[in-house]
Ligand binder design. Sequence first.
Ligand code: SAH
Ligand code: SF4
Length: 381
Amino acid sequence: MASSSKAPSSRRSVFDAVHIRSEFSAAGISAHFIPLIWKYVLQNPRCSDLDGVPSLPAAAYALLRQKFRPTTSTLTAAADSKDRTTTKLLICLQNGESVEAVVMRYDTRLGKYDGKPRPGGVRSTLCVSSQVGCKMGCRFCATGTMGFKSNLSSGEIVEQLVHASRYSQIRNVVFMGMGEPMNNYNALVEAIGVFTGSPFQLSPKRITVSTVGIIHGINKFNGDLPKVNLAVSLHAPDQDIRCQIMPAARAFPLGKLMNALQSYQNESKQTIFIEYIMLDGVNDQEEHAHQLGKLLETFKAVVNLIPFNPIGSSSNFKTSSDQNVKNFQKVLKGIYRIRTTIRQQMGQDIAGACGQLVVSLPDERSAGGATLLSDIEDLRI
Ligand code: SAH
Ligand code: SF4
């Protein structure tokens, strides 16, 4: 097994949607069978072949055997946070590289809704990776410090949902794991196409793509992915600070980015989610909150303030004090009437929090009380 996961294989993932459709079409097999194959793999995630898929034409079995694998990636480990709300999955790709995906569980019954306990129960969000590493080099981001290694195929993106579905029923997907999704745009669009179709049937409203601000991607986003949420990692209200902490801001200047976002919103009528990492003394002062408030004046936006997760010795940044985060929120809400939330920290003890996604599971055997599970069946939820 280990050698086959590293050896380059010409067989592709059945979840590479464009590829399987074109192979089926060339062989004269109806594309209607494809969701049945996906459903089978979803229900039998450890199957090694596709011979057990019921009711396919004979030619389809032969084609599948020759050209496809049920999954090309392998779930190699899972770490569960102490409070069990977060599970980090380590997934080995066909090229031998690894990525991480994180399952976060929220119990909706714990909050109050209209004065009563909320309806529903545990709902899970899956945070997926789109690249191995990232070339954008944001200074506060663990993935950014790795540099860019490779793009995931659309099938590899979808397979993260297949692996995660063994743990929890996933209702939401966020592209906030490793990589910049807009730099792997075709695979992003293709994977979301699969997520929203049979058998996954996720609502596009429950999918969020987070971008550092790749303008040409934002310009196409509404046309290709209507109703999917767009989150933008703004992180600073002016071009200078943005350039200091995010080198990509030089190629995608703030003024042009805001224009692209305005056009996107005029066209899509969608709320834009603004991510803003709180870095002590860098971008967390009251004046920055005022600048941000003014910058967003013409937008329907929700700001999500993200406490900085320390990424180890290579970083000079510190997390903002709770007081600064609260003051920042107060200015945005009180003066500019902008809905502003503070991101709930999850999974810090297993480095499963945002920006900590850099493959490091083996080092965590003794860290922070996280449990390293070699077999998924050990995990009881
Ligand atoms: N490349 C995309 C999506 C992946 S990063 C983007 O940058 O938006 C997902 C989110 O985690 C981004 O908002 C990113 O800025 C944030 N993030 C990165 N490093 C972080 C850290 N150390 N602490 C908190 N958030 C971080
Ligand atoms: Fe890449 Fe996003 Fe990390 Fe920046 S924050 S380096 S864009 S993954």
